[in-house]
Write a protein that binds this ligand. Structure first.
Ligand SMILES: [Zn+2]
Ligand SMILES: [Zn+2]
Length: 80
């Protein structure tokens, strides 16, 4: 499998109301600090560092799959 060092997926947790969550979360998506006012993780926002691709949803693995198969210039080189 070809290695790419530049193209990456950025992923961010979002609250159930779709606002970005920058709180510390447990692996199950619950707020680590109950005093933080955090509602926990509702879903994820994922973006590609190479093109304008972005996607939201859950679980994380489905976003990683969508990212790995989306069409950006790098993929067109490796998949065609
Ligand atoms: Zn939060
Ligand atoms: Zn891309």
């Amino acid at each position: 499998m070809p290695r790419h060092t530049v193209r990456r997926m950025l992923i961010q947790s979002r609250h159930p109301d779709k606002t970005a969550c920058s709180h510390r979360l447990t692996s199950s998506g619950k707020p680590r600090d109950p005093e933080s006012g955090c509602a926990g993780r509702g879903d994820y926002l994922a973006r590609c560092t190479t093109c304008t691709w972005s996607s939201t949803g859950s679980p994380r693995t489905s976003l990683e799959y969508a990212w790995s198969t989306h069409a950006c210039a790098d993929h067109q080189e490796t998949l065609s």
